[in-house]
Design a binder for this molecule. Structure first.
Ligand SMILES: [Cu+2]
Length: 311
C-alpha cells in the first residue's frame, strides 16, 4: 500500500512538473542598530532541510549586521520560514520583513495593523515573528526584502538600512547569458561570483556571494568588485530610495533578461532590478573596468566603483 501511494505521488509530481523534493529553509534574522546609527539585518541562523537531511548554512554569512542584509538564496519550489527578532535597542517600534516576488499568505505580509487594518505581522522586543514564503513556480528572480513597520509613521525603515536581497534560482539551474558573443544557457553552478549592487540615492551598497569559498562578503559602499579573466560572474542591480538611475558597466555587454537585446546600461528605479551574467573581461581583457550610474549628477556625487578583472 505504501509503495502504491509513493508511486502515485511520484506520478502526480512528474505529471504536474513539480519538484520531487523541495527544500525547506529555517532562517532567523535579527534587526539591530549599528554603531553608525544605521539599522541593519543580521543572520542569526539558517538551516536547510532537503531530502531528509539538515544542513546548517549559518557559517556562510557575514558575522554581524550588514547593509544590504544577508542575501537569501532559494530554489524555485523551496519554502522558507523566516523568523525576525527585534534587536533594536531603545525602541519599542515594531519591525518587520516584507518580501517581494514570492508567494505568502496575508499573515506573512510584514505590515502593521495601521497599514493592513487587520493584523500585525511584525516583531516587537522579545516577541519574534515568523513569516512563511513559498518560492513557487513563476517566482524566479532577484527580489527585495525590507522592513515595512519601523518608525513613525510605521511604513518602514528601508532607507535607514533595513533591506536585503532574495534570489530565487530556477529549478533547472540554468540562466541565459551573452557568452563569447552568443546567447546561450549557462549553469548557475559554473558561476564563481555574484555581485549585488544596490543603488540608493548617490551610493552603491555592495555584497559578494563568493561561490569559490562559499561565503557572503559585505562590500559596503561604492566597492571594487573583482574577478579573474574569463570567470562567469552574475551581477544583481537593484534600486532603492527616491532616485532613478542608469547603471553602466564599462567594457562589457549583456542581454536584457528574457530578450535578445544586447545592452551595456539598464535603467533602475526604486525597487526595480535586473540580473545578468558576464564573462569577466570577455573580448576586452583585464583592467579596472568602471561601473557607475550614468546620471551625471549622481556620477559627480561619486556613484561609482570598479570591476577589477585580473589575469
Ligand atoms: Cu543614479
Amino acid at each position: 500500500m505504501r509503495w502504491h501511494l509513493s508511486f502515485l505521488a511520484l506520478s502526480v509530481s512528474l505529471c504536474l512538473g513539480m519538484p520531487l523534493e523541495a527544500a525547506t529553509h529555517y532562517i532567523t534574522l535579527k534587526a539591530v542598530r549599528m554603531p553608525s546609527g544605521q539599522l541593519a539585518y543580521q543572520m542569526v541562523k539558517h538551516q536547510i532541510e532537503d531530502n531528509g537531511t539538515t544542513e546548517d548554512l549559518t557559517g556562510r554569512y557575514a558575522q554581524g549586521p550588514t547593509i544590504p542584509g544577508p542575501t537569501l538564496v532559494l530554489t524555485e519550489g523551496d519554502t522558507a520560514r523566516v523568523t525576525l527578532e527585534h534587536g533594536i535597542e531603545g525602541s519599542d517600534s515594531p519591525v518587520s520583513v516584507h518580501v517581494h516576488g514570492v508567494h505568502y499568505k496575508f499573515d506573512s505580509d510584514g505590515t502593521t495593523r495601521a497599514l493592513s487594518q487587520t493584523i500585525d505581522s511584525v516583531a516587537y522586543p522579545g516577541k519574534p515573528y515568523t513569516y512563511e514564503w513559498n518560492a513557487a513556480t513563476g517566482t524566479v528572480g532577484t527580489w527585495m526584502y525590507h522592513d515595512h513597520a519601523f518608525g513613525d509613521p510605521m511604513i518602514g525603515a528601508e532607507d535607514q538600512g533595513l533591506f536585503g536581497t532574495l534570489i530565487v534560482n530556477p529549478k533547472d539551474g540554468q540562466v541565459e547569458a551573452l557568452i563569447d558573443g552568443q546567447i546561450q544557457k549557462v549553469n548557475l553552478k559554473d558561476i564563481k561570483r555574484e555581485f549585488i549592487l544596490w543603488m540608493h540615492e548617490t551610493t552603491f551598497w555592495g555584497q559578494e556571494l563568493n561561490h569559490i569559498v562559499n561565503r557572503q562578503v559585505p562590500l559596503w559602499t561604492n566597492p571594487t568588485v573583482g574577478a579573474r579573466l574569463g570567470e562567469l560572474v552574475r551581477f544583481h542591480v537593484i534600486g532603492m530610495g527616491t532616485a532613478f538611475h542608469t547603471f553602466h558597466l564599462h567594457g562589457h555587454r549583456w542581454i536584457e533578461p528574457g530578450t535578445t537585446h544586447i545592452v551595456d546600461t539598464v535603467n533602475i528605479g526604486p525597487i526595480s532590478r535586473t540580473a545578468f551574467v558576464v564573462k569577466a573581461g570577455e573580448g576586452v581583457g583585464p583592467g579596472d573596468w568602471h561601473y557607475h550610474c550614468h546620471v551625471v549628477q549622481h556620477m559627480q556625487s561619486g556613484m561609482m566603483g570598479k570591476f577589477r578583472v585580473v589575469q
